[in-house]
Design a protein around this ligand. Structure first.
Ligand code: GLN
Length: 531
């Protein structure tokens, strides 16, 4: 196996995760089996407990791991399936070390960062890929110079020594700030960032430079000289025009894949990247346009619903349409939903926790139901649909979820009996992929084109089966059920053109060249509704 380590310098938010994912895509196109993983130096054991304000979306894997949103990019750009072994935090590292120490595994030794902490990190590099993987790409979160990142860099240096420097490639992402007054790009911060890396003993092999202006040849020469990187390995990465999915092609134009294949001595024929050309072509010249409103609580945050927005883009590609997303704050639409929703071609309510904004979301679900606007509810969005239907169609006055109102007269959404003994912090969520059996002739069944599906979960509350019969009798269709525990997974409204609420998170399984069937079908319905 060969190893690529991706580090970042100068500032955060350089798009290191996207760059790593795009490189994965490039290598996969050349027939290599690629696996990506992320090392996050913060002390949380996983991002599951972090607020979206802190960390953006929590991305859930098939095995139920709650991970960094960069893993979402990895899965969207490449086909390798990731597991909980592919996201390591300092929290996990120290947890492991301390458990070993308490068990006496260190046989009386003084437990230290080198070698004990670095050994745990190195073990995880070895475990990151299996025997089928040709190239393991490990991205280190944070920026060079962060105190927390040091043990990870040290482990990477040691790792390269262990497996042999020729099987390892270090790629450093950096920023060339443009100074308007001087009218030029500056290389100094990059020089200093590379100097810091070399201080630790890591010499980057490729330098990826984020820049707003094209680099001159002189600039490349200068960076080459000061950073000790061959000129051809100084890569320009400009902001992409329309979409992140242009990035693999942009990096290909700079020959990044050739550099990697040569350096790691891989036998991997060049590829014309047709898949990515097709994706970009559809994105750049769509024939149609739809406007979808996303009614949420973290609407002002770019990253809180990352996978939802990406899935919508994929669905646009599948329908030859540009999907324009209108972000609506649930609290603001509550008083006059009509005003905010009337012009939309579709309404989507994403997942969420806590009761802020729920009444606004319920008003949006009602508007969609009464006006025939295509409605797609994800996780909380499904629960909202059930509450709305119970209140306004089945006439269960005051129906609610016990998450929002513990003493509601009609707990149509509730914690399941077998979960009640667990406390409310982590631990007791239904996480990861679960099977679901679809009802024939439902909208969902037609969208998937099959009856057995697996979708990822991250929630604590469920549809309350005590109300199932009553709600079905008043017209709610149960379109999908978990066969193992008889839990309701999908609800639909038969008389409505497209009204689907799912208890799971389909947005974690959509790709630019393979849109998730429900998202694709939802956007198709929105196109039809638009007339
Ligand atoms: N808050 C809801 C629950 O815990 C929904 C969670 C979600 O949307 N991810 O069940």
């Amino acid at each position: 196996m060969k190893y690529i380590f991706v580090t970042g310098g100068v500032v955060s938010s350089l798009g290191k995760g996207l760059t790593s994912a795009a490189i994965g895509a490039l290598l996969e196109q050349r027939g290599l089996k690629v696996r990506l993983q992320k090392f996050d130096p913060y002390l949380n054991v996983d991002p599951g407990t972090m607020s979206p304000f802190q960390h953006g979306e929590v991305y859930v894997l098939n095995d139920g791991a709650e991970t960094d949103l960069d893993l979402g990019h990895y899965e969207r750009f490449t086909s390798g399936e990731l597991s909980r072994l592919n996201n390591l935090t300092s929290g996990q590292v120290y947890e492991t070390v301390l458990q070993k120490e308490r068990r006496g595994d260190y046989l009386g030794a003084t437990v230290q960062v080198i070698p004990h902490v670095t050994n745990v990190i190195k073990d995880r590099i070895y475990q990151g890929g299996d025997e089928n993987v040709d190239v393991l790409i490990t991205e280190l979160g944070g920026t060079i110079g962060d105190i927390e990142g040091l043990p990870f860099l040290e482990a990477m240096r040691q790792f390269a020594l262990e497996v042999g420097r020729a099987d390892v490639l270090f790629l450093h992402c950096t920023l060339l700030p443009y100074l308007k007054a001087a009218g030029e790009l500056k290389t100094k911060p990059s020089q200093q960032s590379v100097a810091k890396l070399r201080e630790i003993g890591i010499q980057p092999d490729i330098l990826v430079c984020r820049t707003e202006e094209p680099m001159t040849n002189e600039m490349r020469q200068k960076l080459s000289l000061f950073c000790n990187v061959p000129v051809k390995a100084v890569i320009e990465e400009m902001d992409v025009e329309t979409s992140i999915y242009e990035l693999p092609l942009a990096l290909k134009a700079e020959n990044v894949d050739d550099l990697i294949v040569d350096h790691l001595r891989l036998d991997a024929p060049d590829n014309d990247m047709q898949v990515w050309h097709d994706v970009v072509r559809h994105l750049k010249a769509p024939s149609h346009k739809v406007e979808i409103g996303v009614v949420g609580k973290y609407i002002e945050l770019q990253d809180a619903y990352k996978s939802v927005y990406e899935s919508m883009t994929h669905a646009g590609i599948a329908n030859d349409a540009a999907v324009r997303i209108i972000r609506l704050d649930a609290e603001e639409i509550e008083d006059n939903p009509e005003k905010h929703l009337a012009s939309l071609d579709g309404i989507l309510i994403p997942g969420g926790f806590g009761d802020r904004g729920t009444e606004g979301k319920i008003a949006a679900a009602r508007y969609a139901r009464e006006n025939g606007t295509p409605y797609f509810g994800l996780c909380l969005g499904m629960q909202i649909a059930v509450i709305e239907y119970a209140r306004n169609v089945a006439k269960l006055e005051g129906a609610n979820s016990t998450e929002f109102e513990a003493n509601t007269p009609h707990p149509v959404i509730d914690i399941m009996e077998d979960q009640k003994h667990l406390n409310s912090k982590g631990g007791n969520m239904r996480l990861g992929a679960c099977p679901c059996r679809l009802t024939e002739d439902s909208v969902s069944y037609h969208a998937y084109g099959k009856a057995e599906i697996h979708e990822r979960h991250r929630h604590r509350y469920e549809f309350n089966n005590a109300y199932r019969e009553q709600l079905e009798q008043s017209g709610l269709r149960i379109a999908g059920v978990n066969p193992e525990r008889d839990l309701v997974e999908i609800v639909e409204i038969s008389e409505h053109p497209w009204y689907v609420g799912v208890q799971f998170h389909p947005e974690f399984q959509s790709k630019p060249n393979a849109a998730h069937p429900l998202f694709a079908n939802f956007v198709a319905a929105a196109l039809k509704y638009k007339k």
